[in-house]
Design a protein around this ligand. Structure first.
Ligand code: GLP
Length: 247
């Protein structure tokens, strides 16, 4: 595991964006796994700025998002499709048909999961998977529990996750109860995983995920198995890990 700690969020955003930019320069047709939530917004801004400055192109890249809520009407501002358009896709030169997000309104959700899994398989391995971390250790919407799933599946959102994401909705009741998410197998198959975590409220969980036991109760703990895991933290998220490292 490569651990990088940044003095502030701007530096972290720039460094994460730079990792993606360097990959695209070396491999213009790279396959990227993308995340949503508050964490990657600054990274996407930095990527959009780099495209504007002509420093990088996404024209030949393919993207796969981790997850999508089930049942939000198409175009709803909290769908992850809308989020991706707003924060990244409309600002970069990627052809829309090269961007993939599960369809949370598919009439048959199981079929949609199979379709997404097939698309992932056809694309080959994800070159770089960008991940955030949920307060309960979830990645994508792979929630803590007795079992984890390897493949794309319909997940029931943990009450803590619905509470955390309620800040994006008008009322807590509006937060969907289910989502389609890539499974742990699809995530761990990526050549490189870039885990980005910010803020004092994630210091405990990132410490547990990266130094604690491997357990389905903390899905992100499985990332410890990955041979190319790059972790980027801001100072606030790093406090507990740093304390543990200094004995
Ligand atoms: C969300 C997403 C995850 C994300 C995580 C953390 O619900 N499904 O992909 O990484 O929770 O979100 P945030 O970055 O807003 O803390």
């Amino acid at each position: 595991m490569k651990l990088n700690i940044f003095a502030n969020q701007e530096q972290l955003h720039e460094a994460a964006a730079q990792t993606i930019i360097e990959l695209l320069r070396q491999k213009p047709d790279a396959v990227l796994g993308l995340a949503t939530g508050g964490t990657p917004v600054g990274i996407y801004e930095a990527l959009a700025a780099a495209v504007r400055r002509g420093e990088v192109s996404f024209a030949r890249a393919t993207t796969f998002n981790l997850d999508e809520y089930v049942g939000l009407p198409p175009g709803h501002p909290e769908t992850y499709r809308f989020y991706m358009e707003q924060h990244l896709f409309r600002h970069i030169d990627i052809p829309p048909e090269q961007t993939h997000i599960p369809d949370g309104n598919a009439p048959e959700l199981e079929r949609e999961c199979e379709r997404y899994e097939r698309l992932l398989e056809t694309a080959g391995r994800i070159d770089l998977m960008l991940l955030g971390l949920g307060h309960n250790g979830h990645i994508g919407f792979n929630e803590p529990g007795r079992v984890l799933h390897s493949r794309t599946h319909v997940a029931v959102l943990h009450p803590q996750t619905r509470k955390a994401n309620a800040r994006f909705f008008r009322t807590p009741e509006e937060v969907p109860t289910r989502a389609i998410t890539m499974g742990l197998g699809s995530i761990l198959k990526a050549r490189t995983i870039l885990l980005v975590v910010k803020g004092a409220d994630k210091a405990d969980i990132v410490h547990r995920a990266l130094t604690g036991p491997l357990t389905t109760e903390c899905p992100a703990s499985l990332l410890q198995l990955h041979p190319h895991l790059v972790v980027m933290l801001d100072e606030e998220a790093a406090t507990k890990i740093k304390r543990a490292a200094s004995g």
